[in-house]
Design a protein around this ligand. Structure first.
Ligand code: GTP
Ligand code: NA
Ligand code: MG
Length: 345
């Protein structure tokens, strides 16, 4: 039964994978946006964050997801760059994740940053599913816009289905070479000890209902205890970017992964020299389904709960650093929180 959605933390889902395998396009399909088309050189160069509400997920997943089965308020998706030069950003995105989607182009298969992403997920012990993307590029494919993958497979010729299966078995073999027992997701019983492979197309939306269903199931089944921890405690987050905003000066784009931040709160942020102590002047929240990297119409709010992307306006943020921790001071003394932030830098 659905509990108070505010009582559980939104799970953080990192999207990782090799350059151009379709991470941003996949998120565009889910949130109904075109962020990928606006990217310089068609390359993602920053970590992004998008809150996707349960309502959007159940609309997309159709009959596969019954919203009354879920207590979670939705999912916070973290987009990461796949280009080899951004390994720091991939690690940072991976470190934020509760669960992850490893996006692999079914035709390209495992590539260097696929392996790098797997190493990050192994190191951080993050459960993940594989989105075997671009199934629509299989020769002879008969696209079935937005359909669950089984329904799409019924409409494919034997030749196209066999061709896709060859690629999928190769992927399953590569995962096994990395020490993971993997299979088509519909054969997986226990997603903690087996990796589910979900065939999808970010372009046609085929398999996206399945991917969302698996992610919700994984979050709900395995993460609920963790999601219920400390939802009202002092906010803790990571700075994605420091950006000048008209009328506010330097602001922080933050992924808040724990607790609550309120207007007027004292916060400590990692800075170039010493941690910066300042007071929150405004909290600007992207709209649901909006990518914080490209959002233009932030909503001013009194408080933000984890997990969420939020722009924090406060004095003296010019020396703040991307990747630095942000901590709300509530009850504790400032020096203790400063010491904590210094330790994390
Ligand atoms: P980086 O962030 O730079 O690592 O790339 P990415 O993984 O986010 O890939 P991106 O979304 O930029 O997509 C790369 C290219 O693949 C774009 O031209 C997309 O249109 C295309 N693409 C992505 N998904 C699909 C798909 O499912 N089918 C087809 N046919 N093309 C796709
Ligand atoms: Na790209
Ligand atoms: Mg991208």
């Amino acid at each position: 039964s659905a509990a108070d959605p505010g009582a559980l933390r939104t799970p953080i889902v990192a999207v990782l994978g090799h350059v151009d395998h379709g991470k941003t396009t996949l998120l565009d399909r889910i949130r109904g946006s075109a962020v990928q088309e606006g990217e310089a050189g068609a390359i993602t160069q920053h970590i992004g964050a998008t809150a996707v509400p349960l309502e959007t997920i159940s609309d997309m997943a159709g009959s596969l997801v019954d919203p009354t089965d879920f207590d979670l308020p939705g999912l916070l998706f973290i987009d990461t760059p796949g280009h080899h030069s951004f390994s720091t950003l991939r690690s940072r995105g991976g470190a934020l994740a509760d669960i992850a989607v490893l996006v692999v182009d079914v035709n390209d298969g495992f590539q260097p940053q696929t392996e790098e992403a797997i190493d990050i997920l192994k190191r951080t012990g993050t459960p993940f599913v594989v989105a075997a993307n671009k199934v629509d590029t299989t020769p002879g494919w008969n696209p079935q816009e937005g359909e669950p993958i089984q329904r799409s497979l019924e409409k494919q010729s034997d030749r196209a289905e066999n061709r896709l299966n060859e690629n999928l078995y190769e992927l399953i073999g590569d995962l096994s070479g990395k020490g993971f027992s993997a299979d088509f997701y519909w054969r997986v019983q226990d997603f903690q000890s087996n990796i589910g492979v979900v065939p999808v197309s970010a372009m046609t939306g085929e398999g996206i209902p399945d991917l969302l269903t698996v992610l919700m199931g994984l979050s709900q089944r395995y993460m609920k205890a963790e999601m219920a921890v400390d939802v009202a405690g002092p906010g803790v987050g990571t700075v994605l970017e420091v950006k000048d905003e008209r009328g506010f000066g330097a602001t922080l784009d933050v992924v808040l992964y724990d607790g609550v931040v309120r207007e007027g709160d004292t916060i400590v942020v990692g800075g170039r020299d010493d941690p910066i102590v300042t007071e929150v002047r405004a909290l600007l929240q992207p709209r649901p389904n909006a990518e914080i990297r490209t959002e233009k119409r932030f909503e001013r709010v009194d408080e933000v709960r984890a997990a969420a992307g939020v722009k924090i306006a406060a004095p003296d943020l010019d020396e703040a650093m991307s990747g630095a921790p942000v901590r709300v001071v509530r009850g504790d003394d400032v020096d203790a929180v400063k010491a904590e932030v210094r330790k994390e830098l």
